[in-house]
Design a protein around this ligand. Structure first.
Ligand code: SF4
Length: 564
C-alpha cells in the first residue's frame, strides 16, 4: 500500500545542511501497523511529514513515496491534495500548538471535512458529531475551544480530524507524549480500537516502547535518520539484534520494570561521516565501522539489521559441559550437559541455590577448573578458557571472597598491577599508569599514600574494588562475577553493584553474574540461566522469566523469594 524507497530529507538553514532522513526504505501493507521508534532527533517526525508532503520549503526531499503504485513525489501540489487527508492522514503531536485557539472544536473538524469532502452544512454537522462519538468525546466538546480541554481530549480531537476523511493510512506522531498515565492508556486503547474497526494501515511514531508495543506489529528502529533494525515487534522486544535497539529497550521502564535504568551511554568517539552512525556509542564497534556504513540487510525472514557484524555478536558460546567430582569413592555431578551463551554487552545472571553447580560452571568458563567435557567458543573460535584469562580482552573472574583473592602483603599498586606483571605486558611505567586508571574507574584514590598501603589494612568493600580493578586492567570482554557482594554489608553491596553496572555500561563488557539472590539478579540482568542440581533448567530474558517462569523449579525459586 505504501512503499518508501531511498527517502532522504535534508534541511538547509543559514548555510547549514542537516541530513535528517538518510536513504530510508520500508513497506507498509494494507491494514498493517508499523512503529517508528528512536530517540529524539532521530528523524521520525521528519519522515512522517515527508510522507504527508508537508515539509517546510527549506527541506529537500529525495527518493520515492509510492502509495498504491503512485509516486506521490511526482505529483503536482493540486494532485497531491487529493491523496493528503483522504488517503493518508496524520495526527500531529502537541494538540495545544496544532489546534487553532480561536476556533471551536466543531469549527476545526468541520473545516477539515468541508475542505476535503465537500459536504453540505447539515451533513458536515452530523459527521462532526459522529467523529466525536467515535473518539469517545461528549457532544458538548464540539463547542469548546482547544485551551478549554485536557491534553487527552485535545489528542482525541486531533484523531477525529485525521479520521474525518476515512484515510487508508494514518500516521500518528507521538500520540501520548506529555499525557498522564490514564489519558495515555485511553489514547492507546482508542487507536487500537479504531484501527481494528476501520482496518486502516497505521504508522505510529514514538520514542515510547510501551506505546509502540501495544499498537504495532512491526517496528523500524531509527537513529540519526537511518533505520538500524526492522522486524516484528514481538521478536524485537524479545531478542533485539542491534546494540542500539537493546539500549532503547533497556532504557524503557515499562518494558523493563525491574532493572535499574541506565540509558544508552553517550558518544565516546567522534562522529564519522562515512561510517556507522552508531559508531561513537557502540559497545562492540570495530575499527572498520568508522569508515564503512552498514547496509540494512536481512538476517532472517522478517528481520533486517544495519550492522557490519550482523548485529549484537555472540561472545561466549559454551555447550556440553560436564564435570564430575569424586569424593570418598562417590561421584558428584557438578555440571551435567550445561550450556550458556553470552552476547556482547549483555549481563547474564546464573542463578541457583548453594551447591547447584554455579561456581563450578563459572570456574570452568574462566579456566580455573578443567571440565570433563566441554565445547567452548569465544568470539566464534574454539578455545580453552585458560588461554582467555591469560591475555587482555579475554575473560576475567572476580571471586566471592575479597579477603582471600588478593595477597594481603601486596601494596594496592602491586595488587592491581599484578596481572600485567605476571603476563609481562607493557613497560613498568605504563603498568603504573594503567593501575591508576583502573583504580580511578573503581572510584578509589590514586594518591601515593593509598597506592602504597598494604592490602590487609583495607576494608572488604575496598578489597572488592581492588579485585574489580585487577580484572579491568586486562580490559576483559567478559567479566565473571561470582557472588561478589555476598560477603559485604548491604550498603557496601549496593555501592559495589552500582559501580560494577556503571562500569559495564560505560566500558561495554559482558558479564556473567553468579548469584543466589534473585532481587539482585532482577535489578541488573538482561538474561537469566537457572541452575539446579548441576543442570541448566531454564533460560530466557530476565523480564520474561520473572513474569512467566515455565520450569517448576524456577517458579518455586522465584515464588519463595516473594517475587511471583
Ligand atoms: S558493530 Fe559497527 S556497524 Fe555494528 S552497530 Fe556497532 S559500530 Fe555500527
Amino acid at each position: 500500500m505504501l512503499k518508501v524507497e531511498n527517502l532522504s530529507v535534508t534541511y538547509f538553514q543559514d548555510n547549514l545542511k542537516t541530513r535528517a532522513v538518510k536513504e530510508i526504505s520500508f513497506v507498509l501493507e494494507s491494514g498493517q501497523t508499523l512503529g517508528i521508534i528512536g530517540e529524539s532527533g532521530s528523524g521520525k517526525t521528519t519522515l512522517g511529514l515527508a510522507i504527508m508532503g508537508i515539509l517546510n520549503s527549506n527541506a529537500k526531499v529525495d527518493g520515492k513515496i509510492k502509495y498504491s503504485g503512485v509516486n506521490l513525489r511526482e505529483l503536482s501540489p493540486r494532485q497531491l491534495n487529493k491523496y493528503r487527508w483522504k488517503h493518508i492522514a496524520m495526527v500531529f503531536q502537541n494538540g495545544l500548538e496544532t489546534l487553532n485557539p480561536l476556533l471551536t472544536v466543531k469549527e476545526q473538524i468541520k473545516e477539515c471535512i468541508t475542505r476535503h469532502l465537500k459536504l453540505k452544512e447539515t451533513e458536515a454537522n452530523r459527521k462532526v458529531n459522529d467523529l466525536l462519538e467515535r473518539v469517545g468525546l461528549e457532544p458538548f466538546v464540539a463547542d469548546c475551544f482547544p485551551q478549554q480541554l485536557s491534553g487527552g481530549m485535545r489528542q482525541k480531537v486531533l484523531i477525529a480530524m485525521a479520521l474525518a476523511c476515512d484515510p487508508k493510512v494514518l500516521i500518528v506522531d507521538e500520540p501520548t507524549s506529555s499525557l498522564d498515565a490514564i489519558s495515555k492508556a485511553q489514547i492507546v486503547k482508542l487507536l487500537a480500537k479504531l484501527q481494528s474497526e476501520k482496518r486502516f494501515a497505521m504508522i505510529v511514531i514514538s520514542h515510547d516502547f510501551a506505546v509502540i508495543s501495544s499498537l504495532t506489529g512491526k517496528i523500524c528502529v531509527m537513529y540519526q535518520g537511518c533505520i538500524l533494525e526492522e522486524g516484528l515487534t514481538r521478536d524485537i522486544l524479545k531478542n533485539p539484534l542491534h546494540t542500539y535497539t537493546r539500549g532503547l529497550i533497556n532504557s524503557s521502564p515499562s518494558i523493563n520494570p525491574y532493572q535499574d535504568l541506565w540509558g544508552i551511554p553517550p558518544a565516546n568517539r567522534p562522529e564519522t561521516s562515512d561510517g556507522c552512525p552508531f559508531y561513537p556509542r557502540c559497545s562492540q564497534r570495530l575499527d572498520v565501522c568508522k569508515d564503512k556504513k552498514p547496509k540494512l540487510k536481512y538476517v532472517s525472514l522478517e528481520r533486517r539489521v544495519a550492522c557490519n557484524q550482523g548485529g549484537i555478536v555472540t561472545l561466549l558460546e559454551a555447550s556440553g559441559i560436564d564435570k564430575t567430582f569424586t569424593y570418598k569413592g562417590r561421584s558428584i555431578f557438578a555440571c551435567k550437559n550445561c550450556h550458556i551463551c553470552v552476547r556482547a554487552g549483555e549481563i547474564v545472571a546464573l542463578i541457583g541455590q548453594s551447591g547447584s553447580g554455579k561456581t563450578t560452571l563459572a570456574s570452568i568458563l574462566s579456566g580455573y577448573v578443567k571440565a570433563d567435557k566441554a565445547n567452548i567458543k569465544f568470539q566464534g573460535k574454539e578455545v580453552s578458557p585458560h588461554e582467555l584469562t591469560c591475555r587482555p580482552k579475554g575473560i576475567q573472574m572476580i571471586f566471592q571472597d575479597p579477603f582471600s583473592s588478593i595477597n594481603d602483603g601486596f601494596t594496592v599498586e602491586q595488587a592491581v598491577m599484578e596481572p600485567l606483571d605476571i603476563l609481562k605486558l607493557y613497560s613498568p611505567q605504563e603498568r603504573k599508569e594503567r593501575a591508576k586508571k583502573a583504580l580511578s574507574a573503581v572510584e578509589l584514590s590514586i594518591g601515593n599514600d593509598f597506592l602504597q598501603r598494604r592490602c590487609f589494612t583495607l576494608s572488604g568493600g575496598q578489597r572488592q574494588r581492588i579485585s574489580i580493578a585487577r580484572s579491568l586492567i586486562l580490559e576483559p570482554k567478559l567479566l565473571i562475577a561470582d557472588e561478589i557482594s555476598s560477603m559485604l554489608d548491604p550498603s557496601t553491596q549496593a555501592n559495589i553493584l552500582r559501580l560494577l553496572k556503571g562500569l559495564q555500561n560505560s566500558f561495554g563488557f559482558s558479564m556473567i553474574y553468579i548469584t543466589h539472590d534473585l532481587d539482585l539478579a532482577r535489578k541488573i540482568a538482561d538474561k537469566l540461566y537457572i541452575m539446579h542440581q548441576g543442570e541448566i533448567v531454564e533460560e530466557g530474558p530476565a523480564w520474561e522469566l520473572f513474569e512467566k517462569p515455565s520450569n517448576e523449579y524456577t517458579r518455586k525459586l522465584i515464588s519463595s523469594a516473594g517475587l511471583l
